[in-house]
Design a protein around this ligand. Structure first.
Ligand code: GAR
Length: 215
């Protein structure tokens, strides 16, 4: 009798973590997996749009698979950035795309193919201080300029509307009268590192893997 394959959910969710800079959220996720705080999950690919991203060097040193997809190079070769990225995601059987300080906005192939399976972390309490141009220290500068008493960080789904996807989790952070952009950014970042892993631990089991496995 012929054995039919049984359709099962892959045991581990495979993540592609996308970065553009320091990669401290990437490190926090990696550590959460190593320490058993984020389970049934593996970082299968780290992608950067910048060859000199510090986090890329670190990822490489940890033995993670790394890839640079350069927008300038794509333009020169007349290939679509998102098409190239999507190809890499599919080649590495990625279930979920995790943006961790990745500063490009998705509009095309990746968004369509991974709708509902792309998450981002943002350094404010969305919907406050979100949208185009609001990223990194620009957010903290605006929070300080408005003399807010608190700010925070948000993990949310990525949609075509920048920073407007469903909120999956938030942490509030106080703004101190003595704060500079740097001290505030650091306080928020420390909370980001905890929040991202906590949200993924809760949310990943609720989504179907992109790539089914057969036994
Ligand atoms: C983080 O604060 C993240 O929230 C922010 O960039 C920083 C990346 O730090 N992302 C955005 O502003 C996206 N809109 P990291 O490279 O050390 O993880």
């Amino acid at each position: 009798m012929m054995m039919m394959p049984t359709f099962v959910h892959a045991k581990k969710k495979t993540l592609a973590v996308l970065i553009s800079g320091g990669g401290s959220n990437l490190k926090a996720l990696y550590n959460a997996i190593e320490n058993g705080l984020l389970t049934d999950t593996e970082i299968s690919l780290v992608v950067s749009d910048k060859a000199n991203a510090k986090g890329l060097e670190w990822a490489f040193s940890q033995g993670l698979k790394t890839l640079v997809v350069s927008p300038a190079m794509c333009k020169q070769l007349e290939v679509d950035f998102e098409a190239v990225l999507l190809n890499a995601l599919e080649e590495h059987a990625i279930d979920v795309v995790v943006l961790a300080g990745f500063l490009r906005i998705f509009k095309g192939d990746v968004l369509t193919a991974y709708e509902g399976s792309i998450v981002n972390i943002h350094p404010s309490l969305l919907p406050a201080y979100g949208g185009k141009g609001m990223y990194g220290n620009h957010v903290h500068e605006a929070v300080l300029a408005n003399q807010e008493s608190h700010t925070g960080c948000t993990v949310h789904l990525v949609t075509a509307n920048v920073d407007e996807g469903d909120v999956l989790g938030q942490t509030q952070v106080p703004v101190l009268p003595t704060d500079t952009t740097e001290t505030l950014a650091q306080r928020v970042l420390e909370q980001e590192h905890q929040l991202y892993a906590q949200v993924l631990q809760r949310w990943l089991p609720t989504i179907a893997p992109k790539v089914p496995s057969f036994v």
